[in-house]
Design a protein around this ligand. Structure first.
Ligand SMILES: [Zn+2]
Length: 631
Protein backbone atom coordinates (compact mmCIF):
# COMPACT_ATOMS: atom_id res chain seq x y z
CA UNK A 1 0.00 0.00 0.00
CA UNK A 2 1.24 3.49 -0.85
CA UNK A 3 1.89 5.61 2.15
CA UNK A 4 -0.60 8.49 2.33
CA UNK A 5 0.52 12.09 2.70
CA UNK A 6 0.50 13.38 6.26
CA UNK A 7 -1.90 16.16 5.19
CA UNK A 8 -4.45 13.54 4.15
CA UNK A 9 -4.14 10.97 6.89
CA UNK A 10 -1.90 11.67 9.87
CA UNK A 11 -2.77 8.38 11.56
CA UNK A 12 -1.77 6.10 8.68
CA UNK A 13 1.21 8.26 7.71
CA UNK A 14 2.67 7.87 11.21
CA UNK A 15 1.60 4.32 11.97
CA UNK A 16 1.68 2.42 8.70
CA UNK A 17 4.94 0.51 9.29
CA UNK A 18 3.88 -0.31 12.81
CA UNK A 19 0.43 -1.44 11.65
CA UNK A 20 2.00 -3.69 9.00
CA UNK A 21 4.26 -5.32 11.53
CA UNK A 22 1.77 -5.63 14.41
CA UNK A 23 0.34 -9.09 14.95
CA UNK A 24 -2.90 -9.42 16.86
CA UNK A 25 -2.35 -12.14 19.48
CA UNK A 26 -4.68 -15.13 19.05
CA UNK A 27 -6.32 -14.49 22.41
CA UNK A 28 -6.91 -10.77 21.91
CA UNK A 29 -9.14 -8.71 19.60
CA UNK A 30 -6.48 -6.05 18.96
CA UNK A 31 -2.86 -4.94 19.23
CA UNK A 32 -0.93 -1.67 19.41
CA UNK A 33 -0.99 1.48 21.56
CA UNK A 34 -2.69 0.85 24.89
CA UNK A 35 -3.00 -2.87 24.16
CA UNK A 36 0.72 -3.42 23.56
CA UNK A 37 1.59 -1.65 26.81
CA UNK A 38 -0.99 -3.71 28.68
CA UNK A 39 0.50 -6.92 27.22
CA UNK A 40 3.97 -5.85 28.32
CA UNK A 41 2.83 -5.08 31.86
CA UNK A 42 1.04 -8.42 31.97
CA UNK A 43 4.16 -10.30 30.84
CA UNK A 44 6.31 -8.62 33.49
CA UNK A 45 3.81 -9.32 36.23
CA UNK A 46 3.20 -12.96 35.23
CA UNK A 47 6.95 -13.54 35.53
CA UNK A 48 6.91 -11.86 38.93
CA UNK A 49 4.02 -14.06 40.08
CA UNK A 50 5.73 -17.21 38.78
CA UNK A 51 8.95 -16.37 40.53
CA UNK A 52 7.35 -15.45 43.85
CA UNK A 53 5.33 -18.67 43.86
CA UNK A 54 8.33 -20.79 42.88
CA UNK A 55 10.57 -19.36 45.60
CA UNK A 56 7.71 -19.16 48.08
CA UNK A 57 8.86 -15.63 48.86
CA UNK A 58 6.48 -12.67 48.79
CA UNK A 59 6.88 -8.94 49.49
CA UNK A 60 3.74 -9.00 51.67
CA UNK A 61 0.68 -11.04 52.63
CA UNK A 62 -1.49 -9.52 49.91
CA UNK A 63 0.86 -10.70 47.19
CA UNK A 64 1.09 -14.12 48.81
CA UNK A 65 -2.69 -14.45 48.64
CA UNK A 66 -2.74 -13.15 45.07
CA UNK A 67 -0.03 -15.65 44.06
CA UNK A 68 -1.81 -18.53 45.82
CA UNK A 69 -4.95 -17.66 43.89
CA UNK A 70 -2.87 -17.52 40.69
CA UNK A 71 -1.49 -21.01 41.37
CA UNK A 72 -4.95 -22.38 42.15
CA UNK A 73 -6.44 -20.83 39.00
CA UNK A 74 -3.82 -22.43 36.74
CA UNK A 75 -4.16 -25.89 38.24
CA UNK A 76 -6.17 -27.56 35.48
CA UNK A 77 -6.07 -30.98 37.16
CA UNK A 78 -7.52 -29.72 40.40
CA UNK A 79 -10.27 -27.92 38.52
CA UNK A 80 -11.07 -31.11 36.58
CA UNK A 81 -11.35 -33.04 39.87
CA UNK A 82 -13.98 -30.68 41.22
CA UNK A 83 -15.81 -30.59 37.88
CA UNK A 84 -19.13 -28.71 37.85
CA UNK A 85 -20.07 -29.69 41.40
CA UNK A 86 -19.12 -26.43 43.17
CA UNK A 87 -21.31 -24.38 40.81
CA UNK A 88 -24.27 -26.76 41.05
CA UNK A 89 -24.05 -26.74 44.85
CA UNK A 90 -24.13 -22.95 44.89
CA UNK A 91 -27.00 -22.71 42.40
CA UNK A 92 -29.04 -25.24 44.40
CA UNK A 93 -30.55 -22.33 46.37
CA UNK A 94 -32.53 -21.34 43.26
CA UNK A 95 -34.32 -24.71 43.14
CA UNK A 96 -35.45 -24.20 46.72
CA UNK A 97 -37.42 -21.05 45.85
CA UNK A 98 -41.08 -21.96 45.49
CA UNK A 99 -42.63 -18.51 45.26
CA UNK A 100 -42.08 -14.78 45.63
CA UNK A 101 -42.22 -15.10 49.41
CA UNK A 102 -39.28 -17.46 49.40
CA UNK A 103 -37.44 -15.11 47.09
CA UNK A 104 -37.97 -12.12 49.38
CA UNK A 105 -36.79 -14.05 52.41
CA UNK A 106 -33.71 -15.34 50.60
CA UNK A 107 -32.75 -12.12 48.79
CA UNK A 108 -29.63 -11.51 50.88
CA UNK A 109 -28.43 -15.12 50.61
CA UNK A 110 -28.99 -15.02 46.84
CA UNK A 111 -27.03 -11.80 46.63
CA UNK A 112 -24.14 -13.19 48.69
CA UNK A 113 -24.03 -16.30 46.53
CA UNK A 114 -23.69 -14.12 43.44
CA UNK A 115 -27.02 -15.25 41.97
CA UNK A 116 -28.42 -12.94 39.25
CA UNK A 117 -31.22 -10.79 40.67
CA UNK A 118 -34.06 -8.92 38.95
CA UNK A 119 -33.22 -5.80 40.98
CA UNK A 120 -29.67 -5.00 42.03
CA UNK A 121 -29.08 -3.12 45.28
CA UNK A 122 -25.72 -1.49 46.01
CA UNK A 123 -24.02 1.28 47.95
CA UNK A 124 -22.16 4.06 46.18
CA UNK A 125 -21.20 7.72 46.62
CA UNK A 126 -24.21 10.00 46.99
CA UNK A 127 -23.79 12.17 43.90
CA UNK A 128 -25.41 15.17 45.53
CA UNK A 129 -23.44 14.94 48.75
CA UNK A 130 -20.24 13.15 47.83
CA UNK A 131 -19.02 13.00 51.42
CA UNK A 132 -21.57 10.29 52.13
CA UNK A 133 -22.94 7.09 50.61
CA UNK A 134 -26.41 6.21 49.34
CA UNK A 135 -28.31 3.10 48.26
CA UNK A 136 -28.65 2.69 44.49
CA UNK A 137 -30.94 0.27 42.66
CA UNK A 138 -30.80 -0.83 39.03
CA UNK A 139 -31.84 -3.60 36.68
CA UNK A 140 -29.73 -6.57 35.57
CA UNK A 141 -27.62 -6.92 32.42
CA UNK A 142 -28.82 -8.55 29.23
CA UNK A 143 -27.54 -11.40 27.05
CA UNK A 144 -26.59 -9.22 24.08
CA UNK A 145 -23.60 -6.89 24.53
CA UNK A 146 -25.88 -3.89 25.05
CA UNK A 147 -29.60 -3.09 25.39
CA UNK A 148 -29.37 -1.04 22.16
CA UNK A 149 -29.28 -4.34 20.24
CA UNK A 150 -32.90 -4.91 21.29
CA UNK A 151 -34.12 -1.90 19.31
CA UNK A 152 -36.12 -2.76 16.17
CA UNK A 153 -33.49 -1.22 13.86
CA UNK A 154 -30.89 -3.66 15.20
CA UNK A 155 -33.04 -6.75 14.53
CA UNK A 156 -30.65 -8.34 12.03
CA UNK A 157 -27.60 -7.95 14.30
CA UNK A 158 -29.63 -9.13 17.27
CA UNK A 159 -30.66 -12.30 15.51
CA UNK A 160 -27.11 -13.04 14.42
CA UNK A 161 -25.55 -12.52 17.86
CA UNK A 162 -28.39 -14.22 19.72
CA UNK A 163 -27.91 -17.23 17.43
CA UNK A 164 -24.30 -17.48 18.55
CA UNK A 165 -25.30 -17.15 22.20
CA UNK A 166 -27.94 -19.88 21.90
CA UNK A 167 -25.47 -22.33 20.36
CA UNK A 168 -22.90 -21.66 23.04
CA UNK A 169 -25.48 -21.81 25.83
CA UNK A 170 -26.74 -25.17 24.56
CA UNK A 171 -23.22 -26.62 24.59
CA UNK A 172 -22.64 -25.30 28.12
CA UNK A 173 -25.98 -26.46 29.51
CA UNK A 174 -25.25 -29.99 28.29
CA UNK A 175 -22.81 -30.09 31.24
CA UNK A 176 -25.28 -28.81 33.80
CA UNK A 177 -26.79 -32.11 34.91
CA UNK A 178 -30.24 -31.01 33.68
CA UNK A 179 -32.30 -33.45 31.58
CA UNK A 180 -32.40 -32.75 27.84
CA UNK A 181 -35.98 -31.60 28.20
CA UNK A 182 -35.12 -29.22 31.06
CA UNK A 183 -32.16 -27.82 29.17
CA UNK A 184 -34.50 -26.79 26.38
CA UNK A 185 -37.08 -25.37 28.76
CA UNK A 186 -34.52 -23.43 30.80
CA UNK A 187 -33.05 -21.96 27.65
CA UNK A 188 -36.43 -20.88 26.23
CA UNK A 189 -37.42 -19.30 29.56
CA UNK A 190 -34.12 -17.48 29.79
CA UNK A 191 -34.63 -15.98 26.35
CA UNK A 192 -38.15 -14.90 27.25
CA UNK A 193 -37.01 -13.25 30.48
CA UNK A 194 -34.08 -11.58 28.74
CA UNK A 195 -36.34 -10.22 26.04
CA UNK A 196 -38.45 -8.42 28.65
CA UNK A 197 -35.32 -6.91 30.17
CA UNK A 198 -33.82 -5.89 26.83
CA UNK A 199 -36.61 -3.46 26.10
CA UNK A 200 -36.47 -1.78 29.51
CA UNK A 201 -32.92 -1.55 30.84
CA UNK A 202 -30.63 1.31 29.81
CA UNK A 203 -28.38 1.31 26.74
CA UNK A 204 -24.71 2.31 26.98
CA UNK A 205 -25.65 5.62 25.41
CA UNK A 206 -28.15 6.25 28.22
CA UNK A 207 -25.67 5.20 30.91
CA UNK A 208 -23.11 7.62 29.45
CA UNK A 209 -25.21 10.48 30.84
CA UNK A 210 -24.18 9.97 34.48
CA UNK A 211 -26.44 12.56 35.98
CA UNK A 212 -29.60 10.81 34.77
CA UNK A 213 -28.68 7.95 37.13
CA UNK A 214 -29.41 10.19 40.08
CA UNK A 215 -33.10 9.94 40.92
CA UNK A 216 -33.50 10.10 44.69
CA UNK A 217 -36.86 8.56 45.56
CA UNK A 218 -38.56 8.02 48.90
CA UNK A 219 -38.60 4.49 50.20
CA UNK A 220 -42.41 4.48 50.07
CA UNK A 221 -42.51 5.51 46.42
CA UNK A 222 -40.00 2.81 45.51
CA UNK A 223 -41.89 0.18 47.54
CA UNK A 224 -45.07 1.15 45.70
CA UNK A 225 -43.38 0.51 42.37
CA UNK A 226 -41.77 -2.84 43.23
CA UNK A 227 -44.82 -4.38 44.87
CA UNK A 228 -43.73 -7.92 44.02
CA UNK A 229 -40.78 -7.42 46.35
CA UNK A 230 -40.95 -7.06 50.10
CA UNK A 231 -38.58 -4.21 49.54
CA UNK A 232 -38.39 -2.78 53.06
CA UNK A 233 -37.79 -6.20 54.57
CA UNK A 234 -35.02 -6.86 52.02
CA UNK A 235 -33.32 -3.56 52.89
CA UNK A 236 -33.64 -4.37 56.55
CA UNK A 237 -31.93 -7.72 55.94
CA UNK A 238 -29.12 -6.02 54.05
CA UNK A 239 -28.51 -2.96 56.25
CA UNK A 240 -30.16 -3.65 59.60
CA UNK A 241 -32.49 -0.69 58.99
CA UNK A 242 -34.60 0.80 56.20
CA UNK A 243 -33.01 3.82 54.47
CA UNK A 244 -35.45 6.63 53.77
CA UNK A 245 -34.21 7.56 50.32
CA UNK A 246 -33.18 5.26 47.48
CA UNK A 247 -31.42 6.42 44.32
CA UNK A 248 -33.15 4.92 41.29
CA UNK A 249 -30.66 4.56 38.43
CA UNK A 250 -33.09 3.18 35.85
CA UNK A 251 -36.53 4.80 36.23
CA UNK A 252 -37.97 3.16 33.09
CA UNK A 253 -37.08 -0.30 34.34
CA UNK A 254 -38.39 0.39 37.81
CA UNK A 255 -41.73 1.65 36.53
CA UNK A 256 -42.15 -1.62 34.65
CA UNK A 257 -40.62 -3.83 37.30
CA UNK A 258 -43.77 -5.72 38.28
CA UNK A 259 -44.41 -6.65 34.63
CA UNK A 260 -41.01 -8.34 34.53
CA UNK A 261 -40.99 -9.89 37.98
CA UNK A 262 -44.22 -11.33 39.34
CA UNK A 263 -45.82 -14.63 40.34
CA UNK A 264 -46.45 -15.54 36.69
CA UNK A 265 -42.89 -14.86 35.53
CA UNK A 266 -41.25 -16.34 38.63
CA UNK A 267 -40.45 -19.63 36.90
CA UNK A 268 -38.87 -17.73 34.00
CA UNK A 269 -36.78 -15.76 36.48
CA UNK A 270 -35.55 -18.92 38.22
CA UNK A 271 -34.47 -20.53 34.97
CA UNK A 272 -32.83 -17.30 33.79
CA UNK A 273 -30.92 -17.05 37.09
CA UNK A 274 -29.78 -20.67 36.83
CA UNK A 275 -28.64 -20.38 33.21
CA UNK A 276 -26.85 -17.08 33.92
CA UNK A 277 -25.24 -18.53 37.02
CA UNK A 278 -24.02 -21.65 35.27
CA UNK A 279 -22.65 -19.79 32.25
CA UNK A 280 -20.90 -17.24 34.48
CA UNK A 281 -19.36 -20.06 36.48
CA UNK A 282 -17.69 -21.65 33.45
CA UNK A 283 -14.40 -19.74 33.66
CA UNK A 284 -13.88 -21.09 37.20
CA UNK A 285 -14.76 -24.74 36.48
CA UNK A 286 -12.96 -27.15 34.12
CA UNK A 287 -10.69 -26.01 31.28
CA UNK A 288 -13.20 -27.34 28.71
CA UNK A 289 -15.90 -25.18 30.25
CA UNK A 290 -13.62 -22.16 30.53
CA UNK A 291 -13.07 -22.53 26.81
CA UNK A 292 -16.79 -22.88 26.06
CA UNK A 293 -17.64 -20.05 28.44
CA UNK A 294 -15.44 -17.62 26.52
CA UNK A 295 -16.73 -18.68 23.11
CA UNK A 296 -19.67 -16.26 22.95
CA UNK A 297 -17.60 -13.13 23.53
CA UNK A 298 -14.75 -14.44 21.39
CA UNK A 299 -17.13 -15.09 18.50
CA UNK A 300 -18.61 -11.62 18.54
CA UNK A 301 -15.27 -9.86 19.10
CA UNK A 302 -13.34 -11.93 16.52
CA UNK A 303 -10.93 -13.60 18.97
CA UNK A 304 -9.86 -17.06 17.73
CA UNK A 305 -8.22 -18.53 20.84
CA UNK A 306 -9.09 -18.56 24.51
CA UNK A 307 -6.81 -16.79 27.01
CA UNK A 308 -4.01 -19.24 27.94
CA UNK A 309 -4.43 -20.64 31.44
CA UNK A 310 -1.49 -18.80 33.05
CA UNK A 311 -2.72 -15.45 31.67
CA UNK A 312 -6.25 -16.19 32.81
CA UNK A 313 -4.94 -17.06 36.28
CA UNK A 314 -2.94 -13.84 36.47
CA UNK A 315 -5.87 -11.72 35.24
CA UNK A 316 -8.14 -13.25 37.87
CA UNK A 317 -5.66 -12.87 40.74
CA UNK A 318 -4.54 -9.37 39.76
CA UNK A 319 -8.10 -8.11 39.50
CA UNK A 320 -9.09 -9.62 42.85
CA UNK A 321 -6.04 -8.03 44.52
CA UNK A 322 -5.76 -5.07 42.16
CA UNK A 323 -4.49 -2.41 44.56
CA UNK A 324 -1.69 -4.45 46.16
CA UNK A 325 -0.60 -5.68 42.71
CA UNK A 326 -0.67 -2.12 41.34
CA UNK A 327 1.29 -0.81 44.31
CA UNK A 328 3.94 -3.48 43.86
CA UNK A 329 4.19 -2.76 40.14
CA UNK A 330 4.37 1.00 40.70
CA UNK A 331 7.04 0.85 43.40
CA UNK A 332 9.23 -1.43 41.35
CA UNK A 333 8.80 -0.10 37.80
CA UNK A 334 7.96 3.58 38.11
CA UNK A 335 10.69 6.00 39.15
CA UNK A 336 10.23 9.02 41.41
CA UNK A 337 12.08 11.20 38.87
CA UNK A 338 9.39 10.46 36.29
CA UNK A 339 6.67 11.17 38.84
CA UNK A 340 8.14 14.58 39.56
CA UNK A 341 8.47 15.43 35.87
CA UNK A 342 4.88 14.41 35.04
CA UNK A 343 3.41 16.15 38.07
CA UNK A 344 5.08 19.31 36.78
CA UNK A 345 3.35 18.83 33.41
CA UNK A 346 0.01 18.29 35.19
CA UNK A 347 0.19 21.57 37.09
CA UNK A 348 1.34 23.39 33.97
CA UNK A 349 -1.77 22.06 32.23
CA UNK A 350 -4.07 23.04 35.10
CA UNK A 351 -2.61 26.57 35.13
CA UNK A 352 -2.95 26.87 31.37
CA UNK A 353 -6.59 25.78 31.61
CA UNK A 354 -7.14 28.54 34.13
CA UNK A 355 -5.97 31.24 31.72
CA UNK A 356 -7.84 29.64 28.83
CA UNK A 357 -11.06 29.57 30.85
CA UNK A 358 -10.49 33.22 31.75
CA UNK A 359 -10.27 34.07 28.05
CA UNK A 360 -12.95 31.79 26.62
CA UNK A 361 -16.25 32.91 25.12
CA UNK A 362 -18.59 30.26 26.57
CA UNK A 363 -18.84 31.16 30.23
CA UNK A 364 -20.09 34.28 32.01
CA UNK A 365 -17.60 36.01 34.31
CA UNK A 366 -19.11 34.59 37.51
CA UNK A 367 -19.16 31.08 36.05
CA UNK A 368 -15.53 31.45 35.00
CA UNK A 369 -14.59 32.14 38.59
CA UNK A 370 -16.25 28.95 39.71
CA UNK A 371 -14.61 26.99 36.91
CA UNK A 372 -11.22 28.23 38.05
CA UNK A 373 -12.08 27.28 41.62
CA UNK A 374 -12.94 23.80 40.38
CA UNK A 375 -9.58 23.56 38.59
CA UNK A 376 -7.74 24.67 41.74
CA UNK A 377 -9.32 21.83 43.67
CA UNK A 378 -8.66 19.01 41.22
CA UNK A 379 -7.01 16.10 43.02
CA UNK A 380 -3.99 14.62 41.24
CA UNK A 381 -3.21 10.92 41.62
CA UNK A 382 -0.07 9.92 39.75
CA UNK A 383 1.47 6.45 39.71
CA UNK A 384 0.10 4.42 42.62
CA UNK A 385 -1.31 4.95 46.14
CA UNK A 386 0.87 4.97 49.29
CA UNK A 387 -1.08 2.18 50.89
CA UNK A 388 -3.88 -0.21 50.01
CA UNK A 389 -7.50 0.06 51.17
CA UNK A 390 -8.51 -1.82 54.38
CA UNK A 391 -10.69 -4.27 52.37
CA UNK A 392 -7.50 -6.07 51.29
CA UNK A 393 -6.87 -7.14 54.88
CA UNK A 394 -10.24 -8.87 54.82
CA UNK A 395 -9.75 -10.64 51.50
CA UNK A 396 -8.61 -14.01 52.88
CA UNK A 397 -9.95 -17.36 51.76
CA UNK A 398 -10.14 -20.99 52.82
CA UNK A 399 -9.02 -24.10 50.95
CA UNK A 400 -11.37 -25.34 48.27
CA UNK A 401 -12.24 -25.26 44.61
CA UNK A 402 -11.42 -22.17 42.55
CA UNK A 403 -15.16 -21.52 42.17
CA UNK A 404 -15.70 -21.54 45.94
CA UNK A 405 -12.63 -19.44 46.69
CA UNK A 406 -13.68 -16.74 44.22
CA UNK A 407 -17.23 -16.92 45.61
CA UNK A 408 -15.89 -16.44 49.12
CA UNK A 409 -13.85 -13.40 48.07
CA UNK A 410 -16.74 -11.88 46.12
CA UNK A 411 -18.95 -12.31 49.16
CA UNK A 412 -16.47 -10.35 51.30
CA UNK A 413 -16.55 -7.58 48.70
CA UNK A 414 -20.36 -7.47 48.70
CA UNK A 415 -20.53 -7.31 52.52
CA UNK A 416 -17.86 -4.62 52.51
CA UNK A 417 -19.89 -2.60 50.01
CA UNK A 418 -23.07 -2.88 52.12
CA UNK A 419 -21.21 -1.86 55.27
CA UNK A 420 -20.18 1.43 53.62
CA UNK A 421 -23.68 2.90 53.79
CA UNK A 422 -23.16 4.56 57.16
CA UNK A 423 -19.49 5.42 56.60
CA UNK A 424 -18.18 8.62 55.00
CA UNK A 425 -16.65 8.30 51.52
CA UNK A 426 -12.89 8.14 51.14
CA UNK A 427 -11.57 10.78 48.70
CA UNK A 428 -8.11 9.19 48.94
CA UNK A 429 -9.41 6.06 47.20
CA UNK A 430 -7.84 5.40 43.80
CA UNK A 431 -10.17 4.77 40.87
CA UNK A 432 -7.55 2.66 39.05
CA UNK A 433 -4.68 0.45 40.22
CA UNK A 434 -1.03 1.16 39.35
CA UNK A 435 -0.66 -1.68 36.81
CA UNK A 436 -3.58 -0.56 34.63
CA UNK A 437 -2.88 1.10 31.26
CA UNK A 438 -5.59 3.73 31.46
CA UNK A 439 -6.44 7.09 33.03
CA UNK A 440 -9.59 8.78 34.28
CA UNK A 441 -11.33 11.82 35.69
CA UNK A 442 -13.86 11.17 38.46
CA UNK A 443 -16.57 13.86 38.36
CA UNK A 444 -17.82 12.87 41.84
CA UNK A 445 -14.42 13.36 43.46
CA UNK A 446 -13.05 16.00 41.08
CA UNK A 447 -9.75 14.21 40.65
CA UNK A 448 -7.63 12.64 37.93
CA UNK A 449 -5.91 9.26 38.17
CA UNK A 450 -2.91 8.28 36.05
CA UNK A 451 -1.69 4.78 36.99
CA UNK A 452 2.04 4.04 36.69
CA UNK A 453 1.42 1.65 33.78
CA UNK A 454 0.28 4.40 31.38
CA UNK A 455 3.17 6.66 32.33
CA UNK A 456 5.56 5.09 29.82
CA UNK A 457 6.43 5.43 26.13
CA UNK A 458 4.87 6.33 23.78
CA UNK A 459 2.68 8.28 26.24
CA UNK A 460 5.56 9.42 28.38
CA UNK A 461 9.26 8.87 28.75
CA UNK A 462 11.88 10.90 30.48
CA UNK A 463 13.93 10.20 27.33
CA UNK A 464 11.32 11.59 24.92
CA UNK A 465 11.35 15.31 24.07
CA UNK A 466 8.96 17.64 25.89
CA UNK A 467 7.06 18.06 22.58
CA UNK A 468 6.58 14.30 22.29
CA UNK A 469 5.46 14.02 25.90
CA UNK A 470 2.99 16.88 25.42
CA UNK A 471 1.52 15.17 22.33
CA UNK A 472 1.32 11.91 24.31
CA UNK A 473 0.63 12.01 28.03
CA UNK A 474 0.15 15.80 28.04
CA UNK A 475 -2.83 15.65 25.69
CA UNK A 476 -4.25 12.72 27.67
CA UNK A 477 -3.91 14.65 30.95
CA UNK A 478 -5.58 17.63 29.27
CA UNK A 479 -8.29 15.26 28.04
CA UNK A 480 -9.02 13.96 31.54
CA UNK A 481 -9.05 17.41 33.12
CA UNK A 482 -11.45 18.72 30.49
CA UNK A 483 -13.96 16.07 31.65
CA UNK A 484 -14.44 18.44 34.60
CA UNK A 485 -16.21 20.69 32.07
CA UNK A 486 -17.89 18.24 29.72
CA UNK A 487 -21.63 17.63 29.62
CA UNK A 488 -21.40 15.43 32.75
CA UNK A 489 -18.64 17.29 34.63
CA UNK A 490 -20.25 20.68 34.13
CA UNK A 491 -23.12 19.50 36.30
CA UNK A 492 -20.86 18.74 39.29
CA UNK A 493 -19.13 21.35 41.43
CA UNK A 494 -15.59 21.51 42.84
CA UNK A 495 -16.47 18.93 45.52
CA UNK A 496 -17.95 16.56 42.94
CA UNK A 497 -21.52 17.24 44.06
CA UNK A 498 -24.28 17.46 41.47
CA UNK A 499 -24.90 21.15 41.54
CA UNK A 500 -25.58 23.15 38.47
CA UNK A 501 -23.19 26.08 38.73
CA UNK A 502 -23.70 27.20 35.14
CA UNK A 503 -26.01 30.02 34.04
CA UNK A 504 -28.58 29.37 31.35
CA UNK A 505 -26.57 31.40 28.86
CA UNK A 506 -23.43 29.36 29.59
CA UNK A 507 -25.30 26.17 28.88
CA UNK A 508 -26.78 27.54 25.66
CA UNK A 509 -23.37 28.54 24.28
CA UNK A 510 -21.85 25.26 25.43
CA UNK A 511 -24.63 23.30 23.74
CA UNK A 512 -23.95 24.95 20.42
CA UNK A 513 -20.35 23.73 20.74
CA UNK A 514 -21.64 20.25 21.56
CA UNK A 515 -23.77 20.29 18.42
CA UNK A 516 -20.84 21.39 16.29
CA UNK A 517 -18.75 18.54 17.73
CA UNK A 518 -21.53 15.98 17.18
CA UNK A 519 -21.68 17.14 13.57
CA UNK A 520 -17.93 16.68 13.02
CA UNK A 521 -18.20 12.96 13.79
CA UNK A 522 -21.79 11.92 13.22
CA UNK A 523 -22.41 9.58 10.33
CA UNK A 524 -18.75 9.09 9.36
CA UNK A 525 -18.63 5.81 7.46
CA UNK A 526 -15.83 3.47 8.42
CA UNK A 527 -15.29 0.06 6.80
CA UNK A 528 -16.84 -1.58 9.90
CA UNK A 529 -19.80 0.74 10.48
CA UNK A 530 -21.19 4.20 11.00
CA UNK A 531 -20.22 6.57 13.83
CA UNK A 532 -22.84 7.85 16.31
CA UNK A 533 -21.61 11.39 16.96
CA UNK A 534 -23.80 11.99 20.00
CA UNK A 535 -22.77 8.82 21.82
CA UNK A 536 -19.06 9.74 21.70
CA UNK A 537 -19.35 13.52 21.96
CA UNK A 538 -18.06 13.87 25.55
CA UNK A 539 -14.86 11.99 24.71
CA UNK A 540 -14.36 13.95 21.50
CA UNK A 541 -14.74 17.20 23.37
CA UNK A 542 -12.18 15.97 25.90
CA UNK A 543 -9.71 15.13 23.10
CA UNK A 544 -10.30 18.59 21.68
CA UNK A 545 -9.67 20.20 25.09
CA UNK A 546 -6.54 18.13 25.65
CA UNK A 547 -5.13 19.24 22.33
CA UNK A 548 -6.03 22.92 22.80
CA UNK A 549 -4.36 23.17 26.19
CA UNK A 550 -1.18 21.31 25.21
CA UNK A 551 -0.79 23.25 21.97
CA UNK A 552 -0.86 26.44 24.00
CA UNK A 553 1.90 25.06 26.23
CA UNK A 554 3.83 24.06 23.11
CA UNK A 555 3.72 27.70 22.00
CA UNK A 556 5.46 28.71 25.22
CA UNK A 557 7.97 25.87 25.28
CA UNK A 558 11.50 26.52 24.11
CA UNK A 559 12.70 24.45 21.14
CA UNK A 560 9.29 22.86 20.76
CA UNK A 561 8.57 20.82 17.63
CA UNK A 562 4.98 20.61 16.41
CA UNK A 563 6.02 17.83 14.09
CA UNK A 564 7.07 15.74 17.09
CA UNK A 565 3.91 16.74 18.93
CA UNK A 566 1.46 15.63 16.21
CA UNK A 567 3.50 12.54 15.37
CA UNK A 568 3.41 11.28 18.94
CA UNK A 569 -0.27 12.17 19.22
CA UNK A 570 -0.97 9.86 16.26
CA UNK A 571 1.35 7.18 17.65
CA UNK A 572 -0.53 6.72 20.91
CA UNK A 573 -3.75 5.88 18.99
CA UNK A 574 -2.12 3.16 16.86
CA UNK A 575 -4.46 0.19 16.92
CA UNK A 576 -4.80 -2.92 14.79
CA UNK A 577 -8.06 -4.71 15.56
CA UNK A 578 -10.47 -7.33 14.31
CA UNK A 579 -13.40 -5.81 12.38
CA UNK A 580 -15.88 -7.63 14.65
CA UNK A 581 -14.30 -5.94 17.66
CA UNK A 582 -14.33 -2.51 16.04
CA UNK A 583 -17.98 -2.99 15.20
CA UNK A 584 -18.74 -3.93 18.80
CA UNK A 585 -16.92 -0.83 20.08
CA UNK A 586 -19.06 1.40 17.87
CA UNK A 587 -22.05 0.36 19.98
CA UNK A 588 -20.39 -0.02 23.39
CA UNK A 589 -17.50 2.42 23.71
CA UNK A 590 -18.06 6.07 24.58
CA UNK A 591 -14.68 6.75 22.93
CA UNK A 592 -14.50 7.13 19.17
CA UNK A 593 -12.53 4.79 16.87
CA UNK A 594 -8.75 5.26 17.23
CA UNK A 595 -8.22 6.41 13.67
CA UNK A 596 -10.68 9.26 14.23
CA UNK A 597 -9.25 10.15 17.62
CA UNK A 598 -5.92 10.63 15.87
CA UNK A 599 -7.17 12.36 12.73
CA UNK A 600 -10.12 14.53 13.79
CA UNK A 601 -8.87 16.83 16.57
CA UNK A 602 -5.82 18.33 14.80
CA UNK A 603 -7.89 19.83 12.00
CA UNK A 604 -9.50 22.24 14.46
CA UNK A 605 -6.20 23.98 15.23
CA UNK A 606 -4.10 26.54 13.34
CA UNK A 607 -0.88 24.78 14.41
CA UNK A 608 -1.88 21.74 12.34
CA UNK A 609 -2.34 23.84 9.20
CA UNK A 610 0.86 25.79 9.72
CA UNK A 611 3.12 22.88 10.63
CA UNK A 612 2.30 20.75 7.61
CA UNK A 613 1.08 23.43 5.21
CA UNK A 614 -2.36 21.80 5.00
CA UNK A 615 -4.47 23.18 2.14
CA UNK A 616 -8.14 23.14 1.19
CA UNK A 617 -7.53 20.25 -1.20
CA UNK A 618 -6.12 18.02 1.56
CA UNK A 619 -8.23 15.39 3.32
CA UNK A 620 -7.41 16.68 6.79
CA UNK A 621 -8.63 20.18 6.03
CA UNK A 622 -11.84 21.69 7.30
CA UNK A 623 -13.11 25.18 6.62
CA UNK A 624 -12.30 27.70 9.38
CA UNK A 625 -16.00 28.28 10.16
CA UNK A 626 -16.45 24.57 10.86
CA UNK A 627 -13.51 24.33 13.24
CA UNK A 628 -14.37 23.93 16.90
CA UNK A 629 -12.22 24.80 19.89
CA UNK A 630 -14.00 24.38 23.17
CA UNK A 631 -11.74 25.09 26.10
ZN1 LIG B 1 -12.26 10.48 28.55
Amino acid sequence: MNKPRIQDDLYTYVNQEKLDELVIPDDKPCAGGFQTLAEDVEKIMINEFEEMSLNNSYPNDYLKRACDLFVLAKDADKKAEYGVKPALNNLEIINGLNNLDDFNKEYKSLMLKGISLPLKIMVDTDMKNTKQHAVYIQGPGVILPDASYYKPEMAAQKEMIMGIWINVAKAILANSGLSAEDQEKYLADTLEFDNMLGNLVKTSEEWSEYISMYNPTSINDVSNLVTTLDFKAILNDLFGFVPEVIIVSEPRYLENFTKVFNADTFELYKHWAFVNGFINACSLLTEELRDLGSLYYRSIAGIPANTPIHKFAYQLASSMYSEPVGLYYGEKYFGSEAKKDITEIVYQIIDTYKTRIQNNDILEESTKEKAIQKLSRIGVKMGYPDKVLPIYDKLVYSDGSLYDVVGELEQIKILNNLSKLKEPTNPGKWAMPGHMVNACYDPFVNDITFPAAILQAPFYSINQTRSENLGGIGAVIGHEISHAFDSNGAKCDEFGNINNWWKEEDTKRFESKIEAMVEQFDGIELPWGKVNGRFIVSENMADNGGMAVTLEIMGKTENSSYEEYFTNWAKVWCLKAKPEYLQLLLNLDVHGPSVLRANMPPRNFDEWYKTFDVKETDQMYIAPEKRVVIW
